[in-house]
Write a protein that binds this ligand. Structure first.
Ligand code: ASP
Length: 593
């Protein structure tokens, strides 16, 4: 070994010991006859003192070194003189009096500071990711990620699960995104699809009798990028036989609570995790991934608004649509400009305008608002009471079709909560969403789309609805939401060929198509398939929330950019014509050039 100790482990108790350290020069200061070097390795930072008088050779070398050079230093651990102790550093009570120094490798000047927590341009960070990963915040995130995964492996192994790897080169396993395809050299004109999830394979493992499976699985989905998405991502994929919805939910809930408690300092605000029906969560929060760290719940005012003299509201309610509102605490004094910004935000989510009432008791009544004149004093009072607004609060309305009202109030609620500092990064709030509709109507294609995926079972009592009124059938799906993100989705599966075939039919897959794509599943269902179900929490999103980071790129070692590219290696890239020929691929210019 080129070192006897780690930089970050040295303490007063090591004083007097001779040690050898190796790492990167984090900082250096040259004071006439003394050079101070902060030496960094993965464990932390240790101060080296190189004295010209006692170690002239080492001192001469130390004067030459620069940031990020790799060096090895041997010397004696000593207590720092009184007044020189650094209480911010775990090793701050000691330093190394260097007797010998070796430069193991030099470094070019890095394109950004590694020793300062500065905002660095994201493109630069991605281009030099190996330097970015040297920064303490990235190290902390990747170590947390490792700890979360280790925890999960132990937790599940202790409960009878076994980890089984499934192939990456496979056949389409749809989860609602486009597939990444891999051309086959040996089978001209044929392609593998990278799994959007191991869904089919884990179900086949249940047919095979493994009963409890998990995998830290890489999944691939070719879809438009957002802050919390990547073309490839990691999920904890899990499947169990002979279980019902509650069994899977209880297992995951217990595991999540322990992860938060054992690996973080976050305050768990919802315990047990609330279980909200899909209807309820949309009504109260306008989204199926609500942030429960704060209130500002949506309240329905259709009855009052419909009876008012305000035409926009009355007409909306007469057409069978809702009028709903939220109360933003302390925002009654918003300026004209701030109100215009909120209106623009509401419009970006689909609203035609933004009606508001500021709760400021005055002579005319309990509120100040351009639309107050259309309401009786009792109606205004009833509105204020129903939304739970206090003096100083601002009531914001949405009147439209239910999906637009949900989108508008969800957007306003999230934006205001973040502006008002209500989304406390020290808190974590999970909730389950259950009782989803099994299908969503796809008006463009005139067919049903599965809300979750093809293999989710209907509620057993709703099976008959598949023939009569599929839109009313509920699925045995459960999603786990946390701080405004969906972090897991799962379901009890169909284990019966006839029901599975019926679902294929409803989503517009004809028998031949279904056979071609999923024949192996249908066939397997005929060989003694146990009732089974599972779930797949996203590891990247979970670690992002546990680390308090704003996007998943901060918890992935080598992520792609928002444009789905790797800037460091330059991927995707063109390939050799010879390689294309072997794969029987010929590039045709795109019609748009
Ligand atoms: N296959 C699903 C997904 O990847 C999860 C599951 O149903 O277990 O989202």
């Amino acid at each position: 070994m080129l070192k006897t100790h780690q930089c970050g482990e040295l303490r007063l108790e090591h004083a007097g010991q001779q040690v050898t350290l190796a790492g990167w020069v984090h900082r250096w200061r040259d004071h006439a006859g003394l050079v101070f070097l902060d030496l960094r390795d993965r464990s932390g930072i240790m101060q080296l003192k190189v004295d010209q008088a006692s170690a002239p050779q080492a001192h001469a070398l130390a004067r030459d070194v620069r940031s990020e050079w790799v060096i090895q230093a041997t010397g004696t651990v000593v207590a720092r003189p009184a007044g020189m102790v650094n209480p911010d550093l775990p090793t701050g009570e000691v330093e190394l009096e260097v007797s010998a120094l070796t430069v193991l490798n030099r470094a070019k000047t890095p394109p950004f500071y590694i020793n300062k927590d500065e905002n660095v341009d994201e493109t630069l960070r991605m281009r030099y990711r190996y330097l970015d990963l040297r920064r303490p915040s990235m190290q902390r995130n990747l170590i947390l990620r490792h700890n979360v995964i280790r925890f999960i492996r132990n937790y599940l192994s202790d409960r009878g699960f076994i980890e089984i790897e499934t192939p990456i080169l496979f056949k389409t396993t749809p989860e609602g995104a486009r597939d990444y395809l891999v051309p086959s050299r040996i089978h001209p004109g044929k392609f593998f699809a990278l799994p959007q999830s191991p869904q089919q394979l884990k179900q086949l493992l249940m047919v095979a009798g493994y009963e409890r499976y998990f995998q830290i699985a890489r999944c691939f989905r070719d879809e438009d990028q957002r802050g919390d998405r990547q073309p490839e991502f990691t999920q904890l994929d899990l499947e169990m036989s002979f279980v019902e919805r509650e069994d899977v939910m209880n297992l995951i809930e217990d595991m999540m609570i322990r992860i938060v408690e054992e690996l973080t300092d976050l305050e768990l605000v919802t315990r047990p995790f609330p279980r909200l029906s899909h209807d309820e969560v949309l009504r109260r929060f306008g989204t199926d991934k609500p942030d429960l760290r704060y209130g500002m719940e949506i309240v329905d005012l259709s009855d009052i608004a419909g009876a008012s003299g305000f035409r926009v509201f009355a007409d909306t309610v007469a057409a069978g649509n809702p009028v709903r509102a939220i109360a933003a605490p302390g925002c009654a004094s918003y300026s004209r400009k701030q109100m215009d910004e909120l209106a623009a935000l509401a419009q970006s989510a689909g609203a035609k305008g933004l009606a508001w009432m500021a709760v400021e008791p005055g002579e005319e009544g309990p509120v100040r608002s351009p639309i107050a004149k259309y309401f009786s004093a009792e109606q205004l009072q009833a509105i204020v009471e129903r939304v739970g607004a206090a003096p100083g609060d601002l009531i914001l309305f949405a009147a439209d079709t239910a999906p637009v009202v949900c989108a508008v109030l969800d957007t306003l609620r999230r934006t205001l909560a973040s502006r008002l500092g209500l989304a406390d990064p020290k808190k974590i709030a999970f909730c389950w969403i259950i009782d989803f509709p099994l299908f969503e109507w796809n008006a463009d294609e005139q067919r049903w789309d599965p809300s979750h995926h093809l293999f989710t079972a209907p509620m057993w009592e709703d099976v008959a609805l598949l023939d009569t009124d599929p839109g009313k059938a509920r699925g045995q799906q459960y999603d786990l939401a946390c701080n405004g993100y969906e972090i897991a989705g799962g379901s009890i599966r169909i284990h019966d060929r006839a029901i599975q075939e019926k679902i294929f039919g409803l989503i517009g897959l004809d028998v031949e198509d279904a056979k071609q794509r999923f024949g192996h599943m249908l066939e397997a269902f005929e060989y003694g398939t146990p009732p089974h179900g599972g779930i797949a929490p996203g590891i990247d999103r979970l670690v992002m929330l546990l680390a308090g980071e704003p996007n998943i790129r901060e918890v992935i070692a080598f992520p792609k950019t928002q444009q789905a590219a790797d800037l460091m290696a330059g991927a995707p890239s063109e390939v050799d014509p010879q390689q294309l020929a072997e794969l029987h691929i010929c590039i045709v210019d795109s019609p748009r050039g």
